[in-house]
Design a protein around this ligand. Structure first.
Ligand SMILES: Cc1ncc(COP(=O)(O)O)c(C=O)c1O
Length: 371
């Protein structure tokens, strides 16, 4: 029996009848862009996160890009974020015309190091161009929001949350996406809430920011065919919205299944071989990924592959060392943790429909390595 690392089909098959019916309804309606499905999903998703406003967009990268632009961030501005993330986080800053400044992560959480962030904010604030920080809740682990908000307040920075991997993750009882000025979600098929195609959303408590994000995502239209500001086309479509509406009520239950798998891994994986993920104190990790570290990662990965177990590396290179960014993107000091972690990190199989027995097999296969 092979065990895959993730399986986007499994979520579809589990709710096939409802999803097929939702798709058929949209097809028959003849209304495919920005209609009642998107409007209903926006209000249901805002309620799920616990914010006033949600704006559907085409994908998570656009959600970050438009969030930055809605805050007025653009050419000449600098934005702090991490190098150990999906490249989309950094790409979105450049799409908005601004300059990323990359900060090291903390080894225990894989999220931005609060101490290094405070240093970077002090160092870069003097130049007068630093405007914001993007906190990434990587793998489903909430970033250190209280410390991030404190640095941001001290230096007058906006806080944007990258929640592409953190649907339903909590910190001190509050959902990720409710801490900063604005937050971005992705509904890429494998996410904790995933569509059958691309999708994304911006969420905020501020109706004015939501209004600007909405205009920006539809050519800057204030009214149809009248552009108030220069914008672009980034819309969630009716099909994705209808599918996401079927899947949204299952997110909490699916996150609980992910946590049960994480508990099993935590109980059975050998700690002498692997560094296991540690949920931050006060956090409810949503285990978008179960990322472990191993000094001999590539050999372990080859062994697991031979045992029929799929793994993925998130991410093989920090953004600042990738060809598109190397030597060009600014870094705050040095990034030793980001550089080391990329050589050791490995995502084990993790998705809600993964049977506990299959996760048990993963543990046995790790234990049998080099025995
Ligand atoms: C942390 C993070 N940020 C942003 C994105 C971008 O989302 P999308 O792929 O929907 O553009 C992703 C997903 O790939 C992500 O994992």
């Amino acid at each position: 029996m092979t065990v895959v690392q993730t399986d986007p089909r499994a979520g579809y098959l589990e709710q096939k009848e409802e999803i097929d019916a939702a798709i058929a309804e949209v097809l028959a309606s003849g209304w495919y862009i920005k209609g009642k499905q998107v409007a209903a999903f926006e209000s249901e998703f805002a309620a799920f996160v616990g914010v006033r406003e949600a704006v559907g967009v085409a994908n998570g990268t656009d959600a970050l890009h438009l969030a930055l632009r809605a805050l007025g961030i653009g050419r000449g501005d600098q934005v702090l974020t991490v190098s150990h993330t999906a490249v989309a986080t950094v790409a979105a800053i450049e799409l908005a015309g601004a300059e990323p400044v990359l900060v090291d992560i903390d080894e225990a959480s894989y999220t931005i190091c609060a101490g290094r962030l405070a240093e970077a904010a002090r160092a870069f604030r003097g130049g007068g161009r630093l405007k914001a920080v993007i906190a990434v809740h990587l793998y489903g682990q909430p970033a250190a929001m209280p410390a991030i908000l404190e640095s941001a307040r001290e230096h007058g920075l906006f806080v944007i949350e990258d929640c592409a991997q953190s649907h339903g993750a909590l910190l001190e009882g509050k959902a990720t996406g409710t801490f900063g000025d604005i937050a971005a979600f992705s509904f890429y098929p494998t996410k904790n809430l995933g569509g059958i195609g691309d999708g994304g959303a911006i969420v905020t408590q501020d109706p004015e920011l939501a209004r600007r994000a909405r205009w920006l995502g539809e050519y800057g239209w204030k009214e149809r065919y009248l552009s108030e500001i220069p914008g672009l086309n980034s819309r969630l479509d009716e099909l994705q919205a209808a599918i996401l509406r079927v899947k949204l009520p299952r997110v909490a239950e699916n996150n609980a299944r992910r946590r049960a798998l994480a508990r099993l891994y935590g109980d059975r994986l050998p700690r002498e071989v692997l560094v296991l993920p540690a949920a931050r104190a006060g956090a409810e990790h949503c285990y978008h990924q179960y990322a472990v570290r191993c000094a001999e990662r590539d050999a372990l990965r080859a062994h697991l592959k031979a045992e029929g177990i799929g793994t993925t590396i998130h991410y093989p290179q920090p953004v600042h060392l990738q060809p598109a960014y190397r030597g060009r993107v600014a870094i705050a000091g040095d990034l030793p943790v980001s550089e080391r972690v990329c050589g050791e990190i490995l995502s084990l199989p993790m998705y809600p429909q993964l049977p506990l027995e299959a996760a048990g097999r993963v543990c046995e296969a790790v234990r049998s390595w080099r025995r």
